[in-house]
Design a protein around this ligand. Structure first.
Ligand code: HEM
Length: 384
């Protein structure tokens, strides 16, 4: 998409995309405005997402189920966010590091003898699902079932737009039934997990109800899995394309965290987020009419030459990197500390355990589905 973004930034940085039915915004400053100016750009559903215009009648209900936090505006958003963020602190996330490391090592153990790995299928895909399951407190015996539901919900949900199609309705319903069961058990016997923590908030403050808790659990699945998979996949792919930087990283592990930030900028796993204009808005010399759907192109903003030196170059030693891959403002990604931790641990384990990593063939890579999430479907590698 990058030559297209470059062209749009140069020639039509704010434009109505006729065939798609939405406005597109490409410059860094404008994208940041659209993401963070919630008084004028609503996160609510507004008009149905474009994918539904041509398809079945909008399913208002399904959109309401799983996505209350990401699709709400203040004051509801402020309330929900303060309740859930308390049980999702950087400290709680940091405590997961040893578990993440052992999960990553177990996934590598399974492929080590073969000397080959599909980095997506065998590693970057299962890792975040298992971590979320642990975070929520899903018993390990139920993890395979949980993964099946999660696959189904994520596969047919239109990334984090809140647009769940009918095939995933059943999986979502079954998963909710399962969560209800866990909630009932945790009410009697709390454990050290996120669901128990949310129940505590519900009891103390009576501002959360079971519906909100279910919605939040589904949101974590949809918002947190595919995105992190693609961050890990994009990191390995980009480093293989820049072998001298991969060598540097092997020699100096303190460079891991900034390298991940540079991957987030250079190949942003979430390329775009939607908003709805609440009124007529003047932006980049255009008037966006009230009620319009607006796409903020994060992937373009992070390559904007006006914001970043050598924007099109990958450089893990970049000094200043104010990318907006996790969004900006009140909806800033709640899972950012977890995604960063998972990616850092994943890369550390890969560098340690998989020497002489190389692509098995150089056939063109298949891009991940959808235009919001950015990554590759599979990445077959050999090592040893
Ligand atoms: C919000 C990106 C991983 C949970 C967001 C937003 C972006 C984003 C761009 C802002 C949406 C908006 O402005 O409308 C990413 C990327 C990830 C990632 C690139 C991985 C590399 C995760 C993980 C979790 C998570 C691991 C949880 C386990 C959330 C939630 C929100 C959110 C709950 C909504 C926050 C709110 O509306 O207040 N994410 N995300 N994300 N993300 Fe992430």
């Amino acid at each position: 998409p990058y030559p297209m973004y470059e062209n749009m930034r140069a020639n039509q940085p704010v434009i109505y995309m006729d065939g798609m039915g939405f406005w597109s915004v490409f410059h860094y400053d404008d994208v940041r405005t659209v993401l963070s100016d919630h008084a004028r750009f609503s996160s609510g559903p507004g008009a149905p997402p474009p994918s539904q215009i041509a398809a079945a009648p909008p399913q208002a209900e399904s959109r309401g189920v799983g996505f209350s936090l990401i699709t709400s505006d203040p004051p509801k958003h402020t309330m929900l966010r303060s309740l859930v963020s308390r049980s999702f602190t950087p400290r709680a996330v940091a405590a997961l590091e040893p578990r993440i490391e052992s999960i990553a090592n177990e996934l590598i153990d399974r492929c080590e003898a073969a000397g080959e790995i599909d980095l997506i299928r065998d590693f970057a895909y299962p890792l975040p699902v298992i971590v979320i399951a642990e975070l929520l407190g899903i018993p390990s015996a139920d993890r395979d079932q949980f993964k099946l539901w999660s696959d189904e919900v994520v596969a047919s949900a239109n990334a984090i737009m809140g647009d769940v199609n009918p095939q995933s309705q059943k999986a979502l319903a079954d998963m909710h039934m399962y969560f209800r069961d866990i909630i009932a058990k945790r009410r009697i016997q709390p454990e050290d997990d996120l669901i128990s923590a949310l129940l505590l908030v519900e009891e103390e403050r009576q501002q959360l109800n079971e519906h909100d808790i279910l919605a939040f659990c589904s949101l974590l699945l949809v918002a947190g899995n595919e995105t992190t998979t693609n961050l890990i996949g994009n990191a390995v792919l980009t480093l293989l394309e820049h072998p001298e930087q991969l060598d540097k990283l092997r020699a100096e592990s303190e460079r891991l965290a900034p390298a991940i930030e540079e991957v987030l900028r250079y190949r942003s796993p979430v390329q775009a987020m939607f908003r709805t204009a609440k009124e007529d808005i003047s932006l980049g010399g255009q008037i966006i009419p009230g009620g319009s759907r607006v796409v903020a192109w994060i992937g373009s903003a992070n390559r904007d030459e006006q914001k970043f030196d050598r924007a099109g170059e990958f450089d893990i030693t970049r000094e200043s990197n104010p990318h907006i891959a996790f969004g900006h403002g009140i909806h800033f990604c709640l899972g950012a500390p977890l995604a960063r931790l998972e990616a850092r641990v994943a890369l550390m384990v890969i560098l340690k355990r998989l020497p002489n990593l190389a692509r098995i063939n150089h056939d063109p890579l298949q891009p991940a589905r959808g235009f919001i999430v950015h990554g590759v479907e599979s990445l077959p590698l050999r090592f040893g």
